[in-house]
Design a protein around this ligand. Structure first.
Ligand SMILES: [Fe+2]
Ligand SMILES: [Fe+2]
Length: 392
């Protein structure tokens, strides 16, 4: 039974004859019991709905509708579509459209692609009476310019079993991907926890030593923030700033090995006492030397070098200018500045302005002149930190 439009429409006899012979050929194919479901679809080059000139009887059985209803039924029941690459071996999936809305939106585009490519190689998923039905579609496109019509001679084959297997594989793969992502975030969370624990231990160690020489937790907090401002202004990366921020508090851990009588002495230190104080750099560096993390390595370097001076008059190694690692050059400015602006057992706190002036005076003597310039440029930020974290 013919349900199409061309044979009774205003089309050329050539087109009608070719269509009739194709239908006869397809019917013979079906009669021979071929599992292939042939069809002939048609549409106008300027667009509009697709219709079917012929659709194999098995398609009607599978989907339960007449040829005139094929287009609408296919459109209404389509669930997804995989467009396969044309003329490539082995054919790989080029595009998977898993959403019905997307199919509707892309229908015109896909039709144009098929026209240009001269064929269709796709797999569609339908809902057939509530059950999934997968059909593989292989079609040849003919554009009949004179008749202003496009014909698609195609064959469908039921690939439901194969595609269900593929879907299962896809789901398994998807699940594996999900677990992989989950595992990664779990590992990340775990290492975040570890580094939190790591920082916590370090903070406690730092606190234990910080109070011994009369400096306070507030000194350490301000110092970290001053150093971060200076490092940021210098152009250090976020990661480097984070490391400096957490490493700087450990600069004086070596004081753990120095007697309270010297550390907390009110009044000037004797030459010998000062020599003992100086050992805190090496003691601190030794304490931190076994660390494998970048954080501990930087902390060790700062502990060792934070009393070096730009002009080479510092200790313990008498390093000068850029021989002194950058993190230590940053720390020494901020450490001296904050020590001046804070009260200690042996001295009163200098005013903010006096401390800034001293830093400026020591430019090129104790401190890296470029870093002092950056320090001056950032006075508003430094002042904010100074106000937010009260001296003590
Ligand atoms: Fe120190
Ligand atoms: Fe300090």
């Amino acid at each position: 039974m013919y349900d199409g439009k061309i044979l009774s429409g205003p089309y050329s006899s050539g087109l009608k004859e070719s269509l009739l012979s194709s239908i006869a050929h397809f019917k013979a194919l079906e009669g021979a019991g071929s599992p292939i479901i042939p069809y002939i679809a048609a549409w106008l080059p300027e667009g509009g709905d697709i219709w079917y000139e012929y659709a194999g009887t098995r398609l009607r059985e599978l989907l339960g509708f007449r040829t005139t209803e094929v287009a609408g039924a296919l459109r209404d029941n389509i669930l997804s579509r995989c467009l396969y690459r044309i003329q490539e071996k082995p054919p790989g999936i080029d595009k998977i459209i898993r959403d019905k809305e997307q199919i509707t939106r892309l229908r015109k585009v896909m039709r144009r692609v098929a026209e240009r490519g001269g064929g269709i190689d796709a797999v569609y998923k339908f809902s057939a009476n509530g059950r999934p039905l997968w059909l593989k579609d292989l079609a040849r496109i003919e554009i009949h310019d004179r008749d202003r019509i496009v014909l698609s001679y195609g064959t469908l084959i039921d690939v439901t079993k194969e595609m269900q297997l593929e879907e299962t594989l896809f789901e398994v793969q998807h699940e594996l991907e999900f677990h992989k992502v989950n595992l990664e975030s779990l590992v990340e969370e775990r290492s975040r926890e570890l580094s939190r624990a790591h920082l916590d231990v370090l903070a406690r160690l730092t606190q234990a030593t910080a109070f011994r020489d009369g400096s306070t937790g507030a000194h350490i907090k301000r110092l970290s923030r001053y150093c971060a401002v200076l490092g940021d202004s210098f152009g250090l990366s976020k990661r480097a700033l984070e490391i400096i921020f957490h490493a700087v508090p450990m600069h004086d851990v070596g004081k753990i090995g120095i007697a309270d009588a010297i550390l907390q002495k009110q009044g000037p230190l004797s030459h010998d006492e000062f020599e003992i104080i100086k050992t805190h750099c090496r003691v601190g560096s030794d304490l931190l030397s076994k660390g494998k993390s970048t954080l501990l390595k930087v902390a060790q370097s700062i502990a060792l070098n934070h009393h070096e001076r730009w002009d080479g008059s510092g200790y313990p190694q008498g390093l000068a200018s850029r021989q002194i690692p950058l993190a230590s050059r940053i720390t020494s400015i901020c450490d001296v500045f904050d020590a001046l602006a804070s009260e200690r057992p042996y001295k009163k706190a200098w005013s903010f302005e006096e401390a800034v002036e001293e830093v400026w005076d020591l430019r090129g003597k104790y401190f890296d002149p470029d870093l002092v310039d950056l320090f001056m440029k950032n006075i508003p930020r430094i002042r904010r930190i100074y106000r937010e974290t009260p001296a003590g």
